[in-house]
Write a protein that binds this ligand. Structure first.
Ligand code: FAD
Length: 358
């Protein structure tokens, strides 16, 4: 294990922020992780775990140790007539893993094509797109507890998955390094076309003619038409979550803004009384931001993407302060106009607390 010093993170965050870490360590095996956990000097440094850097915003240079998870490999660990269980190391690229599953004709992750980042980070925020979340195909994950170096298995329930959330973003944040994820994929045809834009794109196919590859290609085409490629223009994907509001708030908002964009979701939990409606509504954050006039706006080197108001982009050597200030300005104007609180989606990495709010 070689600890590098004064290491540039410019190529390790898809926003392309020009920041550096005091120390950097690439973790290439389980042994590396255990050695790190048992090294009294290294394990005493403030740290941050990093995968592909596509869902993080560094608030400034990181005066601690960046642990870059680079474990590779995948294997089939169980197989039946209907299912296959694929165990994938945390450092594998997510999209390449999707392409591998798609090439085998296995169903389950095709709607999650082209999401940047690593397999190990995917459960952290329960990645989702086009009507599917990783929790839908999740079997279990393995993770090393940083304080002991011991490996634990987390089954689905223990991960407490929710919309862009899991236990690893909340009460277990910064306590574990995920080393592998096992996906349960289906061998039988099972297209998920609940997302209307995807369904429209695939109208020409009878549903029994669909394959994971056809759906994956359609998802890639849709994504490429509206999301900036981080290789060409720095960004961290959606900068805000779609806010979830209750029925009465939603009704009053819709009365004022009949053209409001939203998705209706069923509430979880058993608080519903007989005959009572108990829905929640996911508001389209992009629409709210767009209505406040932000699309295309800039602040210093950072801007709001012209084709998708939910995405902040690095137009010219953006600084972390500019990113955070523009995000705060957007939050304020959405709060003032709609009374809705936007929550940041990428993790803000700063030494005091990586999970703090803007
Ligand atoms: C263009 C673009 C499009 C995107 N589209 C989507 C989308 O459609 N849906 C969606 O859900 N997300 C999307 N994202 C966000 C992002 O791709 C995902 O959240 C992805 O899972 C992050 O992976 P990563 O390896 O880059 O994680 P990083 O950004 O490196 O890390 C994210 C968090 O996970 C932690 N972490 C990373 N690896 C590990 C590990 N092995 N063990 C423990 N903790 C770890 C980090 O400490 C950090 O808190 C998009 C991002 C971009 C840039």
């Amino acid at each position: 294990m070689e600890v590098l010093e004064a290491y540039s993170l410019r190529n390790h965050n898809t926003f392309g922020l020009d920041i550096s870490a005091d120390f950097y360590l690439s973790l290439n095996s389980l042994d590396d992780i255990v050695s790190y956990c048992q090294d009294s000097e290294l394990s005493n440094l403030p740290f941050c775990v990093l995968g592909g850097g596509s869902n993080v915003i560094f608030a400034n240079d990181f005066h601690g140790l960046v642990l870059h998870v680079n474990l590779k490999g995948k294997e089939i660990v169980a197989e039946t007539e209907n299912h296959v269980e694929l165990k994938v190391a945390a450092g594998e690229n997510w999209h390449q893993t999707v392409l591998y599953a798609v090439a085998q004709g296995w169903w389950g992750v095709e709607n999650l094509s082209l999401i940047p980042g690593t397999v190990g980070a995917a459960p952290i925020q329960n990645i989702g797109a086009y009507g599917v979340e990783i929790c839908d195909v999740f079997k279990e994950l393995e993770a090393v507890e940083i304080s002991t170096g011991n490996t634990f298995v987390f089954e689905k329930k223990a991960c407490e998955f929710a919309y862009r959330e899991s236990v690893f973003k909340n009460k277990l944040a910064e306590q574990y390094i995920i080393t592998s994820v096992t996906l349960q994929l289906a061998k039988q045809t099972n297209p998920i076309l609940s997302y209307s834009e995807l369904e429209r794109n695939l109208q020409e196919y009878e549903s029994e003619k669909l394959t994971p590859k056809i759906i994956s290609d359609a998802v890639c085409n849709i994504r490429q038409s509206k999301l900036p490629d981080p290789e060409k223009i720095g960004n961290a994907g959606s900068f805000f979550k779609n806010p979830i509001v209750n029925e009465s708030f939603f009704q009053s908002l819709q009365d004022s803004y009949p053209e409001l964009r939203y998705f209706k979701i069923e509430s979880e939990g058993g608080s519903k009384k007989e005959g009572e409606q108990n829905h929640q509504y996911k508001l389209a954050a992009a629409w709210l931001i767009d209505q406040c006039g932000w699309k295309g706006a800039s602040l210093g080197g950072v801007g709001v993407y012209e084709k998708q108001a939910l995405v902040l982009v690095n137009r010219a050597d953006a600084k972390p302060d500019e990113v955070l200030q523009l995000a705060e300005n957007i939050r304020q104007s959405v709060r003032n106009k709609f009374g809705v609180e936007l929550e940041r989606e990428p993790v803000l990495v700063k030494l005091e607390s990586t999970a703090s709010q803007i």
